[in-house]
Design a binder for this molecule. Structure first.
Ligand code: IVH
Length: 691
């Protein structure tokens, strides 16, 4: 044995062991990434994940050749590019033609059928349908199962190289899942998106940092992807949903004969695909699918603007080919616009519960997707300045999912002469005291604790959905009671009598009775979570209220908790803890609490009571005519640990229906939510399972 091999042998052995270990770690980390980011079902703690990840990083630092292209350590960003390189697409990325009605859709199908008479009616009536995603198209190239390149769509011929940025997108596989065989090279096309929730959080952060807000999730996704600094992309939770192919080079492999089969393979390979995708077999099904998607549009976590139909048979697709700008085998059926143009009559400034001055656009009423709209959100001073909105401008408004629409901007060509830039008020429009814009905040605030607007909003908040959620006590009545001077604090509401109420204009005997009864009911059935949320302690929203209610038995116990104890609870940091302490240290708040205690509004919480009932953590909703009062059912559900929802959404667990249920039932059915009748609900309370 010579010197060299003696020296090499242990190192070689070590390298081989490291290589095997790194491969194993990559597989494990990939699996946990997928469980966490795609399936929402993590199996290990963050700490355990971090330990695996660190071990891989250390191995790769010691043996840099182990840092393979598909290593999960490539997902964290780090690369800073000098500029975005461009590269041609091997196969052009076409756009899609649009249709806007069933007639136009049928026209499109007829035209395709005429162009391909040999295909026959069966082939020409089977269309794969999925949502038209409102993001940006991107193409990922995989060689022998490993992702090697990502290109944006660009102009369809040439795209920008965004390989490093796309590696940070957690829900796409850096290596195709499964054992193969994989094509020598395959291009997977899909859409890069940002979910609405992440878009909103991003804009909130941008505002806090004094940076520009993104106009919509699509712009935010595009801005995040086309970054030179991939650390920025990595911090922006983008997702990729796969929906079609580019060039495929797979000698000897049998490829898919239908688009449905392709979609199944994409899933098997570890891609997320557009949810709700399915095969439609005729015009009726295509129409039903369109209506279905339109009805669940706002329940999807991301924005869509129509349905894409693709001929399922891939051979027929190829035979039909492309026009100059779009495929002849695929089409987008767009939803009707939710944009409208109208006049911005006035920018009003409202004062919120925390003193924040919020600008609101008062609009010439206009129909938007079938609903009359006369107000829109304007966010804050910077947003008005960014858009350069002026009173009397003609503006475009858009509804993106929320009930209240957004102002996209003025139509400058239509701006009347003589409009002046908007001056944001520097005094409170209600009490006249000076307003402040605090360091690092986008909002101006009225700092006067006794500002009538702040008091009014706090009381309205107390009974609102975000607070005690007292059904039948609307903001209008609360405002009238406050304006007349009868109610000065939320506790006063509980002392108002039916007779007093009836002296108010337009308050009849029945509504007055309901009002008083609803408050009585709230007194006895309020949960500690709702009560804490109702108090409107700064920085304490529903989630924090729930945490507190789980850990403390009642307000006395919460009052005794010090900052340390509070901070030991999940998601409570120094600011929130400080704000809870400050609440109890204010005399007027303690007096208010004493009044609640005296009148019997003193809910009990504590871990034992929450989360153990037969419906713990479940969301239920009642609809239709029930054989017992709705309130009684509500109380039963809450006593069993359920939350009673206000509408049908994907997160609902059970819809309980009485006679003549109406649209909620339809919506629940389309969302696949469990529907029960009253007996089913009662059985559920007894602990019978309906899973
Ligand atoms: S399939 C040959 N499916 O919309 C068909 N495209 O306005 C290729 N888009 O450029 C595209 N959602 O980037 C397909 N579910 C979906 C889509 C989708 C959005 C994009 C696509 C296209 C653009 C046309």
């Amino acid at each position: 044995m010579d010197q060299l091999s003696l020296f090499d042998a242990p190192a070689g052995g070590e390298h081989a062991r490291a290589e095997a270990r790194a491969a194993k770690l990559r597989r494990e980390i990939d699996r946990h990434n997928r469980l966490y980011h795609q399936l929402d079902a993590p199996e290990i703690t963050d700490e355990a994940y971090d330990a695996l990840y660190r071990e891989l990083v250390e191995l790769e630092e010691r043996f840099p050749d182990l840092r393979t292209l598909d290593s999960p350590t490539r997902r964290v960003g780090g690369a800073v590019l000098p500029y975005l390189e461009t590269r041609p697409h091997r196969e052009r990325m076409y756009g899609l033609d649009n249709v806007f009605s069933l007639e136009e859709w049928e026209g499109f199908v007829q035209k395709a059928s005429r162009a391909l008479p040999e295909a026959g009616p069966d082939v020409m009536s089977a269309w794969w349908a999925d949502p038209k995603l409102d993001g940006l198209a991107c193409e990922l190239a995989y060689e022998n199962g490993v992702m090697v390149q990502a290109l944006t769509r660009g102009d369809g011929e040439v795209g920008e190289v965004v390989t490093e940025a796309m590696r940070t997108v957690r829900n796409l596989p850096l290596r195709l899942r499964g054992n193969g065989p994989f094509p020598r090279r395959i291009e997977i096309r899909g859409e890069v998106l940002m979910f609405r929730r992440e878009f909103e959080e991003l804009n909130k952060r941008q505002t806090e940092l004094g940076q520009k807000r993104f106009a919509n999730p699509r712009n935010a996704a595009a801005g995040s992807l086309r970054q030179l600094d991939t650390n920025v992309t990595a911090s922006r939770k983008l997702r990729f949903l796969a929906y079609s192919l580019g060039e495929v080079d797979a000698p000897g492999m049998t490829l898919w004969t239908t688009h449905s089969a392709l979609m199944a393979s994409l899933k098997d390979w570890g891609f997320d695909t557009p949810p709700e995708g399915r095969l439609c077999r005729n015009a009726d099904e295509a129409l039903a699918y369109y209506r279905h998607l339109e009805s669940i549009r706002d329940d999807l976590p991301f924005e869509i603007d129509g349905v894409v139909y693709k001929l399922d048979n891939r051979e027929a697709q190829a035979a039909l080919g492309f026009t100059a700008r779009a495929p002849r085998f695929a089409v987008a059926w767009k939803f009707t616009s939710r944009k409208a143009e109208t006049r911005l009559k006035k920018i009003a400034v409202q004062v919120g519960r925390t003193g924040v001055l919020t600008p609101v656009a008062e609009l010439e009423p206009v129909s938007l997707g079938g609903v009359m709209v006369s107000r829109a959100t304007l966010h804050n001073e910077d947003e008005i300045r960014r858009l350069d909105l002026r009173e009397n401008d003609i503006v475009i408004i858009q509804r993106a999912g929320d009930v209240i629409p957004d102002v996209i901007g003025p139509v400058l060509e239509k701006r009347p002469e003589g409009l002046v830039p908007f001056e944001f008020p520097h005094v409170c429009p209600v009490c006249g005291s000076p307003a402040r814009r605090l360091e690092g905040e986008a909002a101006w605030r009225c700092l006067n604790m006794a500002c009538p607007a702040v008091i009014m909003r706090s009381i309205v908040h107390f009974v609102s959905k975000a607070g005690l959620d007292v059904d039948g006590v609307g903001a209008k009545w609360v405002e009238a009671l406050i304006e007349s001077g009868r109610v000065k604090s939320p506790a006063d509401l509980f002392t108002v009598t039916r007779e007093e109420l009836m002296s108010y204009e337009r308050m009849g005997e029945v509504s007055a009775g309901n009002f008083v009864a609803a408050l009585e009911q709230a007194k006895s059935s309020a949960t500690l979570t709702r009560f804490i949320a109702a108090l409107g302690i700064r920085q304490v929203g529903e989630q924090t209220a729930r945490t507190l209610a789980e850990h403390f038995h009642d307000m006395d116990e919460l009052e005794k908790a010090g900052v340390e104890e509070l901070m030991s609870l999940p998601d409570i940091g120094p600011e929130v803890a400080g704000s809870i302490r400050a609440f109890f240290e204010t005399d007027s708040n303690r007096e208010l609490l004493e009044r609640f205690r005296a009148m019997g509004l003193w809910p009990k919480g504590g871990r034992k009571e929450e989360g153990t009932g037969a419906l713990a953590g479940r969301k239920v909703l009642f609809t239709g005519t029930l054989s017992r009062p709705r309130d009684e059912y509500r109380r039963m559900a809450e006593a069993a640990g359920a939350n009673v929802a206000s509408g049908v959404s994907k997160t609902l667990d059970y819809l309980i229906v009485g006679a003549n249920p109406g649209s909620k039932l339809d919506k629940a059915r389309t969302l696949g939510i469990t529907v029960l009748d009253e007996n089913g609900f009662l059985a559920l309370l007894q602990g019978e399972s309906h899973q």
